[in-house]
Design a binder for this molecule. Structure first.
Ligand SMILES: [Zn+2]
Length: 146
C-alpha cells in the first residue's frame, strides 16, 4: 500500500508537515505523488504526508491540468456550503462524510521552479473543497475532525 490508511497510520497522518526549502527534492516528491494519482481514477488529490513524507506539498487534478502545490496557503475564502468528501486515507476513498466547506478559495503556492516563483489561483466548488481538504492534511487534520 503506497497511501497511509486511517486508523492504522493515524499518528503519521496527524503529523504537521514542514515547509519546503529544497525545491529539487520537492519536484521528486511531486513526481511520486502524480504517479500514485494516475493509478487511482477516484483520487483527485494527494498530500505528501499521505505517503509518509511530512512536507507541505500536495498534487491535485483540476479541469485545467495537474496543480503541484508547494507550501500552499489559502489566502481568501468565501461562501460556506454543505458538501460531501472522501479521502484516499479512509478506505481508499470509498468512505464519504458530510462537511461544511467554503465554496471558493484563493490559494497561493510555490511552483518549485525557483526560489521566488509562485502562483495564485481561485478555486471553486469541488476543487475548492479539495484544496481545503489537502491543506488540512498538511496541518495534520483529517476529514473526520470538526
Ligand atoms: Zn485526504
Amino acid at each position: 500500500m503506497d497511501i497511509l490508511q486511517y486508523p492504522k497510520d493515524e499518528a503519521k497522518l496527524r503529523t504537521v508537515s514542514e515547509p519546503v526549502t529544497d525545491f529539487a527534492e520537492a519536484g521528486k516528491i511531486c513526481d511520486k505523488l502524480e504517479k500514485i494519482l494516475s493509478k487511482h481514477d477516484n483520487c483527485m488529490a494527494l498530500a505528501a504526508i499521505q505517503t509518509d513524507i511530512p512536507k507541505r506539498i500536495f498534487v491535485m487534478k483540476t479541469k485545467k491540468g495537474i496543480v503541484r502545490a508547494i507550501n500552499p496557503e489559502i489566502v481568501k475564502q468565501k461562501n460556506k456550503m454543505p458538501t460531501s468528501e472522501g479521502c484516499m486515507s479512509f478506505d481508499m476513498g470509498k468512505k464519504f462524510i458530510s462537511k461544511v466547506r467554503y465554496q471558493g478559495v484563493r490559494l497561493c503556492w510555490d511552483t518549485g521552479l525557483g526560489e521566488l516563483e509562485w502562483e495564485s489561483k481561485f478555486f471553486n466548488e469541488i476543487e475548492a473543497v479539495c484544496v481545503q481538504h489537502e491543506v488540512d492534511h498538511l496541518d495534520g487534520k483529517l476529514m473526520i475532525d470538526k
